[in-house]
Design a protein around this ligand. Structure first.
Ligand SMILES: NC(=O)c1ccc[n+]([C@@H]2O[C@H](COP(=O)([O-])OP(=O)(O)OC[C@H]3O[C@@H](n4cnc5c(N)ncnc54)[C@H](OP(=O)(O)O)[C@@H]3O)[C@@H](O)[C@H]2O)c1
Length: 249
């Protein structure tokens, strides 16, 4: 197999759509999530030997540490290897002074610490691959503050800034890995359904997200995954360390 990918948050939503599209494009995929779900189970059946689900709770430090080492044995060494840090949670949706502290710690661990640890291990352990690329799935919430999304937006802003550091470091390295944090747009997934369940007093932007759904303005996971992969696999990937998929030419 010439091309392979490690995808986190692969069981539902954007992550599952990314796995589906990667398989269609000939990749072998190591898919990490806490659950397999019907989606990954049927992909594994349809693509025997090319889709491997690995049960991983990436909010847990030990499972963050072992994730890349567990995934690599399922991927034959080839030319191109992708890491897509996609797993994320939007909770807690609350304003400072009202956070559940454990939910705060869990969100930062999953949304920020996990991708940093996975990038670190990926850079250290995959030097034999000729073309390595890292896509950190970020959010417009990294750049714009929404009351109630302080935890989510801060985690994503951290991911953006980490990606800027990685991009500079890699540009100066002998065998640079291409890296970018990318805002994928607004996508019709469980995460958006959870956002619509927030209380207005916690999240004053709620009406905007209710309206986007009512107006049919959300991207399908399939469409969003297609755009992200076109960008990730293209020549221009990595030119901007932080990019909004909606603003690309
Ligand atoms: N949807 C949007 O409009 C939107 C917009 C901007 C950015 N994003 C970003 O896009 C990414 C995917 O979002 P989505 O909308 O597809 O979310 P989603 O539908 O809620 O799916 C989240 C995925 O993450 C996995 N996950 C959750 N907790 C995990 C944990 N502790 N360890 C490992 N995996 C875990 C889930 O699988 P399990 O439950 O099986 O573990 C699931 O596969 C996120 O980073 C999100 O911030 C989404």
């Amino acid at each position: 197999m010439q091309s392979a990918a490690i995808v986190t948050g692969a069981s539902r939503g954007l992550g599952l759509a990314l796995c589906t599209e990667l398989l269609a494009r000939g990749f072998a995929v190591a898919a990490l999530a806490r659950t397999q779900g019907d989606g990954l189970a049927s992909l594994a059946k349809a693509h025997p030997g090319r889709l491997h689900w690995l049960s991983a709770d990436l909010s847990d430090a030990a499972q963050q540490d072992s994730a890349i080492a567990r995934a690599l044995p399922f991927l034959d060494q080839g030319e191109r290897l992708l890491l897509i840090n996609n797993a994320g949670v939007v909770w807690p949706v609350a304003q400072a002074g009202h956070y559940d502290d454990n939910a705060l710690r869990h969100a930062i661990s999953l949304n920020l610490t996990a991708p940093m640890v996975l990038c670190n291990r990926f850079l250290a352990d995959t030097a034999g691959w000729a073309d390595r690329r890292i896509l950190n799935v970020s959010s417009g919430a990294a750049a714009k503050a929404y009351p109630g999304w302080g935890v989510y937006g801060t985690g994503k802003a951290g991911l953006d800034h980490f990606s800027r550091h990685l991009a500079l470091e890699q540009a100066a390295s002998v065998k640079p890995v291409r890296v970018a944090a990318v805002y994928p747009g607004v996508i019709d997934t469980d995460m958006q359904a959870e956002i619509r369940l927030a209380r207005l007093e916690d999240f004053p932007a709620l009406p905007r997200f209710l309206a986007l759904k009512q107006e049919g303005a959300l991207d399908t996971p399939k469409a969003a995954a297609g755009k992200l992969l076109d960008y990730l696999l293209g020549e221009r990937f990595g030119e901007q360390p932080v990019a909004d998929i909606r603003a690309l030419p």
